[in-house]
Design a protein around this ligand. Structure first.
Ligand code: N01
Length: 634
């Protein structure tokens, strides 16, 4: 919550030195109502990728001077804190910031630029208003980011619910992934609920414990903890056509089984939850400790050990630099190298001045969030779109994609000047965006250059009792760590899910999962998925937390519809679902990950089950309200 400004002039100047200047200028225009601050020659032309939007020192100084004057007036009571911007002002400020007209984005943006404490996405109805006597309860599966959010919104609407969580704590992936170096690679200030922003994130990209603490505090403060059954895994659910209820089977950690009856189910089990161990011959013969990155064995002391890590995805990228400092030797087995996006402040703390600004300057945190979010609304997506006339290859899928490649390549080449031999191994041979682009502050390549670290790119042939064989060598190891990712395309596995007429969901999907807006599935009434099929963002800006908010808004609206009509079941029409799925598949086929043949979880077997191929605002628009004509309400 914001606290009043009492700082003297010198302190104000010092705080402003740490500002994100484009966001600061937007704040100044809003606070003062003087849009002349938004001069064409003060625009952040490099807004998509460059620090401070590419503003020169001179431009930044001018902006800080304006901000200083505005903060002094605010502190001295010469101006009041204004209401949120009217549509015209919102359009002027945001269009200026990103260099294109934002008229079509205004309803979405109006939810973003709000006073501290506002929650414009909260349901504006309660069950008590709509259906006070209807027996209606919801089971939520999972107490991670999405499940807690769903619980919070249902509580706001007065709809009874219970959350089943297989772990002994909240957090989901942020509880389970405790490997050294684990941190979020989406900016922390975006990686929280829009209505519960944390203004004092210690780092720009916070470590796992801090994200987990945020979720624990949220659960406590929202009163959700009592509604969570910890240590209880949902093993399956079956729709009862006669009663129009779901029968949900659970198993506790001590083996007790239970079946609960509810009117609706919300699954919030994540896409990246079930670790995938590689199918490599001899894997079980290794006699030393071996574990997956998402099930870290903290009882194993890596100090002085020869450690082998399989994989160079996002998890390996974070843990390898950490364990290189402890292990006596580290061997890294890589199939495909990652593209690296320069992010010099990736491991830096948020400077004191910036924290002060977040906590004291009205709306600054909101404009800063918009600034982080804006690439998802305009800009980034275009870089992944396949241009059939280009023509696309495994080097690049469009001229813009090739320019991105050149920029990332230049940053890598600069780091490889003293290690030319590594070049062949670490420069990807697939288009930028076909796999997750990782945030780079130089530590990755610096680690691979170490004398006690060896990068092996020969394919792994087998695992022995004492090490890993690749190419014509055996690499001895005391410990093997599998940073080999998750069963991202196996949605809702290993639960059994049975819908109308006893249809088995996994059988119906047959390895190709789809859901309308990632949320609803024909034949499976009153079942709602969060972070479901095709809702994973590929660097479009925004965050999965934002997508979950969109999906939860949609789920609540569907429940509103159901309760308001007095009906018992809401089910997406098959034709609507199928048309939508075809549209999403077509989008994915024409993105870098759909085009490229590189391996990875973005696209498997020629189909992308996880990814959303369009813009963030497209998802917002489609999930903002339920169109009743899309559904059968019976
Ligand atoms: O998993 P991955 P991850 N032999 O699937 C390799 C999120 N995340 O856990 O590239 C040899 O990306 C595989 O090789 P290849 C984030 O969304 C977020 O690292 O497929 N190698 C790859 O190198 C991320 O994208 C954060 O050719 C094998 C690696 O293992 C997602 O989680 C942090 C192999 C798997 O990489 C998954 O990341 C961490 C085999 N048989 C993760 N099988 C944040 O910061 C697989 N590989 C928020």
């Amino acid at each position: 919550m914001r606290t009043p400004i009492t700082a003297d002039d010198d302190a104000l100047r010092a705080y402003l030195a740490d500002a994100e200047v484009p966001a600061l200028l937007m704040t100044v225009a809003h606070l003062t109502g003087d849009l002349s601050a938004l001069r064409a020659d003060q625009r952040a032309a490099g807004w998509l990728f460059q620090p401070q939007g590419g503003l020169t020192e001179r431009q930044q100084e001018r902006a800080r001077d304006l901000a200083f004057a505005a903060l002094v007036r605010l502190r001295d009571g010469e101006i009041d804190v204004p209401p949120p911007p009217d549509p015209e002002t919102l359009r002027a400020i945001t269009s200026w910031a990103i260099g294109s007209d934002t008229a079509d984005l205004l309803p979405l943006l109006a939810e973003e630029i709000v006073p501290a404490g506002a929650d414009p996405k909260a349901p504006r109805w309660t069950k008590a208003d709509l259906a006070p006597t209807t027996d209606f309860g919801v089971v939520i599966v999972g107490a991670g980011f999405s499940g807690l959010l769903a619980g919070h919104r249902l509580a706001q609407a007065g709809v009874p619910f219970v959350i089943y969580e297989k772990n002994p704590d909240v957090g989901g992936t942020w509880f389970e992934n405790t490997y050294p170096g684990c941190r979020v690679d989406v900016a922390s200030h975006l990686y929280n609920y829009s209505f519960a922003p944390k203004l004092d994130w210690p780092d720009h990209f916070c470590v796992q414990e801090v994200v987990l603490d945020y979720l624990r505090s949220f659960a406590e403060e929202s009163g959700l903890t009592d509604a969570i059954r910890f240590g209880a895994e949902v093993t399956g659910m079956a729709w009862d056509d006669t009663e129009s209820v779901w029968r949900v089977s659970t198993r506790t950690t001590d083996g007790a089984m239970e079946t609960v009856v509810c009117q609706a189910v919300v699954t919030a089990v994540g896409q990246l939850n079930r670790p995938r161990l590689p199918e490599i011959s001899g894997r079980d013969s290794f006699t030393g400790p071996a574990f997956h990155s998402a099930a870290w064995d903290h009882s194993v002391d890596l100090a002085g050990k020869r450690v082998a890590v399989v994989g160079t995805g996002a998890s390996a990228f974070q843990l390898i630099p950490e364990i290189a400092d402890v292990a006596s030797e580290l061997t890294v087995f890589q199939r495909n190298p990652p593209w690296l996006r320069p992010t010099p402040h990736y491991r830096d703390p948020v400077p004191d001045g910036a924290r002060w600004l977040f906590e004291h300057v009205p709306y600054y945190a909101r404009w800063h969030r918009f600034w982080l979010f804006a690439p998802g609304l305009r800009g980034i997506l275009e870089g992944w779109i396949v241009d059939p006339d280009y023509p696309p290859t495994e080097r690049a899928v469009s001229a813009l994609n090739d320019r991105l490649r050149s920029a990332l390549l230049a940053s890598m080449e600069a780091q490889l000047a003293d290690a030319p031999d590594l070049r062949e191994q670490v420069i990807p041979r697939y288009p930028v965006g076909a796999k997750r682009v990782l945030r780079d502050d130089g530590r990755w390549l610096a680690t691979l250059k170490r004398d006690d670290v060896e990068l092996v790119t020969a394919p792994i042939e087998r695992i022995t009792e004492t090490g890993i064989v690749a190419g014509d060598r055996e690499f001895p190891a005391d410990v093997v760590i599998y940073a080999t990712g998750f069963e991202a395309s196996k949605f809702l596995a290993p639960m059994t899910v049975t819908g109308r007429g006893g249809v088995d969901l996994h059988g119906m999907w047959n390895g190709v999962p789809h859901a309308y807006l990632g949320v609803t599935i024909p034949g499976f009434p009153n079942l709602f998925c969060l972070y479901g099929p095709n809702t994973n963002l590929v660097g479009q800006g925004g965050s999965i937390v934002y997508f979950s908010e969109c999906a939860v808004t949609y789920v609540l609206d569907a429940l509103r519809l159901l309760l308001a009509t007095g009906k018992r079941a809401i089910e997406v029409r098959k034709d609507v679902h199928d048309d939508y799925s075809a549209w999403v598949d077509q989008g994915n086929r024409t993105r870098a990950w759909g085009f490229s043949t590189v391996t990875g979880w973005y696209s498997e077997g020629g189909h992308s089950a996880p990814n959303w191929p369009y813009s963030t605002d497209e998802y917002w628009r489609r999930t903002h309200r339920v169109d009743p004509t899309d559904y059968l309400i019976t």
